[in-house]
Design a protein around this ligand. Structure first.
Ligand SMILES: *Cc1c(COP(=O)(O)O)cnc(C)c1O
Length: 500
């Protein structure tokens, strides 16, 4: 393929993307395909001879698009949003065009320095304490990780090394392996699955402490856990607090957890994967009160800030901690010596190689401006509030807990079984996509405002689909009741228990 053909191929692809966005409402959010559909449709072996780009485009339209879940459809209300914008697409394209690997400053100075610049811009926009920024007088700084999962694991590994060093300083003869086996990490029972996984990957016991009735991990609970473990000879090492839990978007009080961690010399990592983007609006910063106690802070810009996966922005107060943990030298990696101020980002992450991810972030920050991003965040939050009003006006439903950010959790008053039936039926129809959660032991449906292009009319559309399906499941419930009395007894018992 020469550059002329590339122009045609790429332009055709851009047209497909633009059409896709223009017509995003015409597709069911969930595809109508069976497992194995694509494996059966495509050849078993790669082509021996070069093929035409037009055939690739044709097969994309015929085979790939029909099997895609449309994450950017205004009918997509599952999980949390994933970032997408034309500005980010172009930034990614430019990055792919250059195709550099930026593990050291010399391997591509612009790649490193644009990351420093944009992470400083972003840190300031979110209102992070200056200590976290590369432009401060201290050793802090930001780095773009691939995912919040990686950031949590990086934090854990650095905390482990830092604790080992501290203990070794006090007693140079200690047995490292014995110490490692005693280290403990803590988080809440509301943590994202990736936090628990970081404990598995990093070989550290991860304790999931009980959250309060609002899904928050409290300071006294953490303090008690530290004390009990210390009494048993264990060593508290790492805490992951969540700002915006995946289940119900609850916020752990950093102002309670921070002092407990600082006093015990325990690393505090903040997982603000989804909700962290909202701190670009000053009115939400109260929710991160106490962030100055944290050692590291991570927000998935690729979730709510219009930038494509992967762009997880992580800041650390002390870049030396990373280098002490991850610096492994090789002669071919010899470089002019850089400093914390101009980092060799390979020491700040797990892989050696790294893409030019700052380009898509830079493109979004410039094309939207802080003002445009704030408008996007505020619009999503106000649409969630609007949806909650609609649900509350229907007496068959309960909204619980209070809607938080772009998330509304709701359930039918008649219990878990019928709420689950409602969600199952809606999913089967493929017109809306939501997933379940749990709140105070109740099964709830999570409704998230996700799409960049969602409007009030789209929310009305989704709500109407929910209402129509509710009419159906409620009338079925009435009709089936007398025929299966055994089940009804159980239902009645559960209902009674619930209402206690
Ligand atoms: C989405 C999410 C994660 C996982 O993010 P990845 O970037 O996919 O690793 C972690 N924590 C919270 C609170 C999340 O919402």
């Amino acid at each position: 393929m020469d550059s002329q053909e590339f122009r045609e191929f790429a332009k055709a692809a851009i047209d497909i993307i633009a059409d896709y966005w223009d017509n995003i409402r015409t597709r069911d959010v969930l595809p109508s395909v069976e497992p194995g559909y694509l494996i059966n449709a495509l050849p078993e072996d790669a082509p021996e001879h070069p093929e035409e780009w037009k055939d690739v485009i044709k097969d994309f339209n015929e085979h790939i698009l029909p099997g895609t879940t449309h994450w950017h459809s205004p009918r997509f209300h599952a999980f949390y949003p994933t970032g997408n914008s034309f500005a980010s697409i172009v930034g990614n394209l430019l990055s792919d065009g250059l195709g550099v690997i930026g593990f050291s400053w010399m391997s591509s100075p612009a790649c490193t320095e644009l990351e420093v610049v944009t992470m400083n811009w972003l840190g300031k926009l979110l209102g992070l304490p200056e200590e976290f920024l590369n432009c401060s007088s201290g050793p802090g700084g930001g780095v773009i990780q691939g995912s919040a999962s990686e950031a949590t694991l990086v934090g854990l590994l650095v905390a482990k090394e830092k604790t080992l060093r501290r203990l070794k300083k006090n007693d140079p003869n200690i047995d490292e392996d014995l110490i490692k086996a005693k280290l403990v990490a803590y988080t809440s029972d509301q943590c994202n699955s990736s936090v628990e996984k970081a404990g598995v990957l990093g070989s550290m016991k991860m304790k999931l402490l009980k959250s309060d009735a609002d899904g928050r991990l409290r300071g006294d609970m953490l303090k008690k856990a530290f004390e009990e473990d210390k009494a048993q000879g264990l060593i508290p090492c790492y805490v992951v607090a969540t700002l915006g839990t995946t289940g119900t978007c609850a916020f752990d009080p950093l102002y309670e957890l921070g002092p407990v961690c600082n006093e015990a010399n325990v690393w505090l990592h903040v997982d603000a994967a989804y909700a962290g983007s909202a701190f670009i609006c000053p009115e939400y910063r109260e929710l991160m009160r106490g962030v100055e106690y944290a050692d590291s802070f991570d927000v998935n810009i690729h979730k709510w800030m219009l930038v494509h996966f992967d762009c997880s922005a992580m800041w650390l107060k002390n870049g030396h901690d990373l280098i002490n943990t991850f610096d492994v030298q090789r002669i071919y990696l010899d470089d002019i010596k850089t400093t914390i101020k101009i980092p060799d980002f390979r020491h700040w992450q797990m892989p050696l190689g790294r893409r030019f991810r700052a380009l898509k972030l830079w493109s979004v920050l410039r094309i939207y401006g802080a003002e445009g991003i704030r408008r996007h965040i505020r619009n999503h939050i106000s649409l969630a509030q609007y949806f909650a009003t609609l649900v509350r006006a229907d007496e068959r439903f309960v909204v619980e807990p209070e809607p938080s950010m772009g998330l509304v959790c709701f359930r039918l008053k008649h219990g878990d079984k019928i709420t689950k039936k409602l969600l199952d039926n809606l999913t089967e129809k493929k017109e809306l996509y939501m997933v379940a959660g749990s709140c105070r032991r109740n099964y709830v449906i999570r409704f998230v405002i996700c799409s960049r292009v969602i409007t009030k009319e789209d929310v009305d559309y989704s709500w109407n689909k929910i209402k129509v399906e509710t009419d159906i499941v409620c009338s079925e419930e009435i009709h089936t009741k007398p025929q299966i009395p055994a089940i009804n007894h159980i239902q009645a018992a559960t209902l009674c228990e619930k209402s206690k």
